[in-house]
Design a protein around this ligand. Structure first.
Ligand code: DGL
Length: 278
C-alpha cells in the first residue's frame, strides 16, 4: 500500500537533481523528500548505458526500500538508460525528466527548430531526438556538453571559463537558429545564466526541473497521493560517496541552506541478468 505521507524519492548522479527537488518543494511545500545523489559513481554521462542502468536501478531500489511513495528519476542520462525498466519494476509511480521537457519544448517552439543539450549518454541515446521528431514539423539539433557537469560538480557556475566553454558548445545551435533550447541535464539549470547569455534573449530555455515538478504535481493529484493535512514535512539528503561534507558544501554553494544535513548511504548490488532487458 502506498502511504500518502511517505516521502517522494528523488535521485541523480550528484547535485543536479537538487534542481528538481527544489522545483518540487516550491510547488508542493508540504511534501517530504528523500534525495539520493549517487556521488560514488558520478558522473553518469560518459559511462556505458548498461552501467548507468544498473547504478540507477540500485539507487531506485534503495529509495523504495526506504518507503517512498513515488520515484523521480531526476537525471536525464538515467532516464534515457532505464525508464521502461523502472516503470515495470516498481509498484510506486515513476516520474522521469525527458517526457515533460519534450512536451513543453513542442508547445514552445514557433519556428520548429529545437536545440537539445545534455550529457554524452543522453544525446548519444537519441531519446530526445526520437521523442521530438515524432512531430514532423520539428527539426532537432543536439549537442553533448560534457564539461558542464564537471563545472557544476566543482561548484563553478559563473567563471570566464564557463562562458568560453558555453560559447564553444552552443555556437552551432545559435547558428542553426533554434528558438527553443532544452536543458536536457538536471545540472544545467545551475548554468542557466551563462547558457541564456550565449543563446540570447530570443531563445526560450526549457528546463527539466520545473517541467518535471509539474508532472509530479499532476501525478500526485491524479492518483490521490498528496500528503495529508497532518503530514510532518522532512527533507532528507543522502549521498553514496565517501564524503557527506563535500556533498553538503556543494549543495550549500548551489542551493543555499535548503540542504541542512547529508547522510551517507550504500546501495545494494543487483545483477542485470536478473532483469529483463528494457
Ligand atoms: N544530471 C544528470 C543528467 O540529467 C547527469 C550528470 C552526469 O553526467 O552524471 O543527465
Amino acid at each position: 500500500m502506498i502511504v500518502n505521507d511517505a516521502p517522494i524519492g528523488i535521485f541523480d548522479s550528484g547535485v543536479g537533481g537538487l534542481t528538481v527537488a527544489r522545483a518540487i518543494s516550491a510547488q508542493l511545500p508540504r511534501e517530504s523528500i528523500l534525495y539520493i545523489g549517487d556521488t560514488a559513481r558520478s558522473p553518469y554521462g560518459p559511462k556505458p548505458i548498461a552501467d548507468v542502468r544498473r547504478y540507477s536501478l540500485e539507487v531506485l531500489d534503495t529509495l523504495v526500500d526506504q518507503g517512498v511513495k513515488m520515484l523521480v528519476i531526476a537525471c536525464n542520462t538515467a532516464s534515457a538508460a532505464m525508464l521502461r525498466d523502472a516503470r515495470e519494476r516498481y509498484d510506486v509511480p515513476v516520474v522521469e525528466v525527458i517526457g515533460p521537457a519534450v512536451r513543453t519544448a513542442m508547445s514552445t517552439s514557433r519556428n520548429g527548430r529545437i536545440g537539445v543539450i545534455g550529457t554524452e549518454g543522453t544525446i548519444g541515446s537519441g531519446a530526445y531526438q526520437d521523442m521530438l521528431e515524432v512531430n514532423e514539423r520539428l527539426t532537432v539539433f543536439a549537442e553533448a556538453c560534457p564539461r558542464f557537469v564537471e563545472f557544476v560538480e566543482a561548484g563553478i557556475t559563473d567563471s570566464a571559463e564557463v562562458l568560453a566553454v558555453a560559447e564553444e558548445y552552443l555556437a552551432p545551435l545559435r547558428d542553426a537558429e533554434v528558438d527553443t533550447l532544452v536543458l536536457g541535464c538536471t545540472h544545467y539549470p545551475f548554468l542557466e545564466g551563462a547558457i541564456s547569455y550565449v543563446m540570447g534573449p530570443d531563445v526560450s530555455l526549457v528546463s527539466s526541473d520545473t517541467e518535471t515538478a509539474k508532472d509530479v504535481y499532476r501525478q500526485l493529484v491524479g492518483r490521490d497521493l498528496l500528503a495529508g493535512p497532518d503530514a510532518v514535512t522532512r527533507h532528507v539528503y543522502e549521498a553514496t560517496g565517501d564524503s557527506a561534507a563535500d556533498f553538503l558544501r556543494l549543495a550549500h554553494r548551489l542551493m543555499g541552506r535548503e540542504v541542512s544535513e547529508v547522510q551517507l548511504v550504500q546501495t545494494g548490488a543487483i545483477d542485470l541478468r536478473d532483469i529483463p532487458s528494457g
